[in-house]
Design a protein around this ligand. Structure first.
Ligand code: ADP
Ligand code: MG
Length: 240
């Protein structure tokens, strides 16, 4: 479903993604971890072209998204993205946040988009908050709205960039629960997170990145119990 082939990216002379090869199959959940500054955000942002690459290929469901001629609207319809800082529109209600792109990009009618939004809000446990504004919600609630907003486009793939790292500890669980349900429903997911409990329980594979390179790639229990590379061992020791 997602295929990185020898992907390279530079910010000026800083080589931030260095020859990444990675395949994510349909329905698979891949957790990406690694030290701060290792290139995790940049890597997943290349999938929906929030970052351009200079070399290599990235295919999502058969579309080469890195091709300058790729249809960005199509790419962003297929690939949902959830940011660390929610990025909801503050001047729009929860419902309006969710229906905006389906109406604009997918040309859905308001009634159609609202029906889908209500269904998704129920799924993330926030049906009663449809008329609230983002600042009236807790961080955990805002992040659940952001996930519902991503799902409203009916993407083939969902990407998460440290979705719980801006949250107070007591709100992390409710967001991880929504993500776990989504994984169980068969969604293909790439998740940058340091929530190792989530990785152990939900991920099919863990990918460890350092200096823009995939250093280790393993099933969660293997990665956590028997990390092969020194850099992965050091990283895991720091999390303890
Ligand atoms: P991570 O998410 O693993 O912390 P990032 O992908 O954000 O890492 O960053 C990887 C490297 O690229 C870091 O050295 C960072 O400083 C640099 N970087 C990220 N975004 C930019 C940018 N827009 N311009 C220049 N350098 C950047
Ligand atoms: Mg990051």
């Amino acid at each position: 479903m997602i295929e990185f082939k020898n992907v390279h990216k530079w910010f000026k002379d800083l080589h931030v993604i260095n020859g990444v090869n990675l395949n994510v199959s349909q329905g698979e959940v891949v957790v990406v971890c690694g030290p701060s500054g290792s290139g995790k955000s940049t890597l997943i942002r290349t999938v929906n072209q929030l970052e351009k690459i200079q070399q290599g290929e990235i295919c999502v469901d058969g579309i080469n998204v890195a091709d300058p001629k790729a249809d960005l609207n199509r790419v962003r319809t297929e690939v949902g993205f959830v940011f660390q800082h929610f990025n909801l529109y503050p001047h729009l209600t929860v419902l309006e946040n969710i229906i905006l792109s389906p109406m604009k990009v997918k040309k859905q009618s308001r009634a159609q988009a609202e029906a889908k939004a209500q269904e998704l809000l129920a799924k993330v446990g926030l049906a009663h908050k449809c008329d609230a504004y983002p600042q009236q919600l807790s961080g955990g609630q805002q992040q659940r709205v952001a996930i519902a907003r991503g799902l409203a486009m009916e993407p083939r793939v969902m990407l998460f960039d440290e979705p719980t790292s801006a949250l107070d500890p007591e709100m992390i669980g409710e967001v991880l629960k929504v993500m776990k349900d989504l994984a169980l429903s068969g969604m293909t997911m790439m998740v940058v997170t340091h929530e190792m409990g989530f990785a152990r329980e939900v991920a099919d594979r863990v990918v460890f990145i350092d200096h823009g390179e995939i250093v280790e790639e393993a099933a969660p229990e293997e990665f956590f119990l028997h990390p092969q590379h020194e850099r992965a061992q050091q990283f895991l020791n720091q999390l303890l």
